[in-house]
Write a protein that binds this ligand. Sequence first.
Ligand code: PLP
Length: 375
Amino acid sequence: MVDLKSQYKFIKQEVDEEIKKVIENSTFINGPSVIEFQSELEHYIGVKHVIPCANGTDALQIALMSLNLSPGDEVITSDFTFAATVEVISLLGLTPVLVDVDEVSFNINPNEINKAITSKTKVIIPVHLFGQSANMDEILKIAKKNDLYVIEDNAQGIGSTYTSSNNKSYKTGSMGTLSATSFFPSKNLGAYGDGGAIFTNDDQLANVIRGIVNHGMYKRYYHDVIGVNSRLDSIQASILKVKLKYLNFYNERRKEAAMRYSFILKDVQEIIIPKVVFNCNSHVFHQYTLRIKNQLRDNLVKYLNQKNIPCGIYYPVPLHLQKAYKNSRYIEDNFKVTNKIVNEVISLPMHSELSIDQIEYITNYILKFFHKFNK
Ligand SMILES: *Cc1c(COP(=O)(O)O)cnc(C)c1O
């Protein structure tokens, strides 16, 4: 699904040098590379504060911890996302309220958010799923009207740009009260291990968060709040510093690959190609995800497996049906879209090194599969 080895080959010299520097200086924790990466990322995203941490799940948890919420407060998020988004809500004793998504973008449906708001609602967590920005104008409007915080889950969206109705462009991760991102190796900006970060434009929240990631310390050995230990180590930061310079290039390569896939597959009757809902910069194709009609998805997966072509199902079960998050308050009827699309989605290999030949090889087999079915 990804090819991190070929990507490394092109940046090997730079990356090796940066890693060597960290080892030679032995500044493994909180070294200069962490500060440098942090400030370069602030500049790239257009956000005042980037607080690095150990992974994307921690970033979400720490963002929620900073908001002074009480047990039972409700957090609205998408029924169709990676479990990390909802896991941290439950872990903190907050109540996850899952809502249905929009079937075209796979992103949280603002109308469904409106329906789910109660007097206990405090936070909305939109996820920029598969690399496409959620409908931030609508979400921010709802948040403002109801006095709610917004935490963007930007783990899959880093580098995408959302153009608001006032014609201003914002990088995803810079619009919410807070946002969380992940540097897991396969993400669009991936480390060679784990990593994550929290973004905010709010000075006060940034200060609170800098304490939370460091055991709740604002002065050494004085613990004002209950914190965690969550750091991005210097070696990972030094690698990310190099890769950040290439992020726009990587994302352009992903978009080109997506366009090529779509051009070849667009006329197949059983395939719904992914739609870029806003302008062309609002989708960075963390995943290239098709919907397959007529219950043919599982057959296609089997066929591709036989041909040794990788593919993935993100995600096979909506969160409201997962054992850990089953909650009697969810009404099955409220999840019409997620219940349907979990049986239709299939993601094809997508990364910055995908070649034209590889795309043609993959799509040839997909075309063959549907040709067989249509005879
Ligand atoms: C990857 C991911 C996370 C978690 O990031 P980790 O670094 O693996 O902890 C959270 N949310 C979404 C949507 C993700 O894709």
